[in-house]
Design a protein around this ligand. Structure first.
Ligand SMILES: [Fe+2]
Length: 125
């Protein structure tokens, strides 16, 4: 069996326009809300045309010691030129975590496939 995990691409978002950029605090106090922004194309703009666009972004959090990531948000971008409308792949999400862990973001370009990124979040007592 082939694994789709091997099809996720990544890299330095400052040089690779497809990598989802994650803006999140490095630390947060327990029970405080965490504001996360995820976007594609911060340093180098990704095309946003009828033929070539970012279709979706998903965001996950995996608490330390937890076997699986938990999906915390899923965003579909559905206008790609209809009547001149183009949805930008740029989302905000807010969540609360009891434990430190890893924030993952994945995204999909209709031409260049699957992309991923992650950052660590430290939750302080
Ligand atoms: Fe692309």
């Amino acid at each position: 069996m082939k694994s789709i995990g091997n099809l996720y691409q990544s890299g330095d978002w400052k040089g690779e326009k497809h990598v989802p950029v994650i803006h999140a605090p490095e630390t947060v106090k327990k029970d405080n809300l965490v504001d996360v922004k995820v976007l594609v194309g911060e340093e180098i703009a990704h095309p946003n045309t009828f033929e070539h666009y970012i279709s979706w972004i998903k965001v996950y959090f995996q608490p330390e010691g937890h076997k699986f990531p938990i999906e915390i948000g899923s965003f579909d971008f559905t206008s790609h030129g209809e009547s001149g409308l183009f949805t930008e792949p740029n989302v905000s999400i807010r969540f609360k975590a009891e434990k430190s862990g890893t924030i993952y973001a994945t995204s999909y370009c209709n031409i260049h496939g699957l992309w991923e990124n992650s950052v660590e979040l430290k939750v302080e007592e």
